[in-house]
Design a protein around this ligand. Structure first.
Ligand SMILES: Nc1ncnc2c1ncn2[C@@H]1O[C@H](COP(=O)(O)OP(=O)(O)OP(=O)(O)O)[C@@H](O)[C@H]1O
Length: 331
């Protein structure tokens, strides 16, 4: 497991510039077998923390322990075997194919010559496949799209067969199915291979759905740790992310736009139509009501939407027509 003990991270002062302490007094554990997801608003220090955990920059104070040993006491070659890091790199070595770049992940294991054995090639093939990048294997890495490059960088980390894998926003450039697939893969790897996996993301809704443990850097610089449900229940998620226009709905686990000043709306419709209607009305400035009374009631009759407002009922045959009317309800 990976343990943070009274850890402070940041940037030492240089050439007359003062040092910058980004986060301090951090205590946390990322367990083997868990997918630990690091979340927090912009600029709170997620990348700085991940780089410090990976040994890419020194801690200002305190310790990072890998299976009980301070990472500073583990020699560089050993650390390279045990910890893999995926940063949002854009400058990759030209002329390498995706397979060759993934092969670089084997280097901590290959010894002095760097030559890959048949067993190493098999691990590379597995890693490319696991990261959904097998079809990219022979492509030059400089010609890949952002999302494709992210998969190959993930494959390189997997090829390293580390004990811990740290990823900084690996889903940033991926489309939605690929994000879910990559997070799912990371969780599966954590469980099946008993890996420590710490991954930062801005995809809060996905994080809360898929993480075993959340590390939340709150705006005050504290690190709040717990299951997604614990942090939702104790209000930590709302406190960190709610804004003037947006708030986190604990029950559904998604962000909702605040209804404006149009009033409350009560929806009666079966299946998925109900939540979709509520979403459309919220976008137009109505606040969903849990039950009667409400300023506006909308009922799906099976072939039309009936909207009752101020004693008058309006009938719409399409959701688009209802939505347009709800924006500026008239007679
Ligand atoms: N090299 C540096 N020297 C000094 N300060 C830095 C340096 N790099 C980042 N910072 C500052 O450290 C703070 C944390 O930055 P960091 O990139 O870790 O945040 P983050 O949570 O990853 O942000 P984001 O969500 O926007 O990616 C920011 O205020 C940033 O300006």
């Amino acid at each position: 497991m990976l343990t943070l003990r009274s850890l402070s991270v940041g940037y030492p002062g240089r050439r007359g510039r003062p040092s910058r302490r980004v986060l301090s007094g951090l205590d946390a554990v990322a367990r083997s077998g868990d997918l630990t997801v690091l979340i927090g608003p912009n600029g709170t220090g997620k990348s700085t923390l991940l780089r410090t955990l990976a040994g890419l920059q020194p801690a200002l104070e305190g310790d990072v322990l890998l299976d009980g040993s301070p990472v500073t006491a583990i020699d560089a070659a050993e650390l390279a075997r045990r910890v893999a890091v995926v940063l949002t790199e854009r400058d990759l070595p030209a002329l390498l194919t995706a397979r060759e770049l993934t092969g670089l992940g084997r280097h901590p294991h290959t010894g002095f010559t760097g030559r890959l054995t048949a067993a190493d090639h098999a691990v590379v093939a597995w890693a490319l496949d696991a990261a959904g990048a097998a079809h990219l294997a022979e492509r030059p890495v400089t010609e890949l799209s952002d999302g494709e490059r992210q998969r190959v960088l993930t494959a390189r980390a997997l090829a390293q067969e580390p004990a811990a894998i740290l990823l900084d926003e690996p889903t940033a450039f991926l489309d939605v199915p690929s994000r879910v697939a990559l997070m799912g893969l990371l969780r599966r790897l954590a469980r099946e291979r008993s890996l420590v996996v710490v991954v930062s993301t801005h995809d809060l809704e996905l994080a809360l759905r898929i993480a075993d443990r959340i590390w939340l850097v709150d705006p005050g610089g504290a690190l709040r740790c717990g299951t997604p449900e614990e942090l939702t229940l104790d209000g930590a998620i709302s406190t960190s992310f709610d804004g003037d226009d947006l708030s986190f709905d604990a029950a559904s686990g998604v962000f909702v736009l605040h209804g404006g000043g149009s009033g409350t709306a009560l929806v009666t419709a079966d299946g998925v139509r109900g939540p979709l209607l509520e979403r459309a009305l919220t976008r137009e400035g109505w606040r969903p009501a849990a039950g009667p009374p409400a300023d506006l009631t909308v009922t799906w009759t099976g072939d039309a939407y009936e909207a009752a407002l101020n004693g008058t009922t309006h009938r719409f045959t399409t959701l688009a027509a209802l939505t347009d009317w709800a924006r500026r309800p008239g007679p």
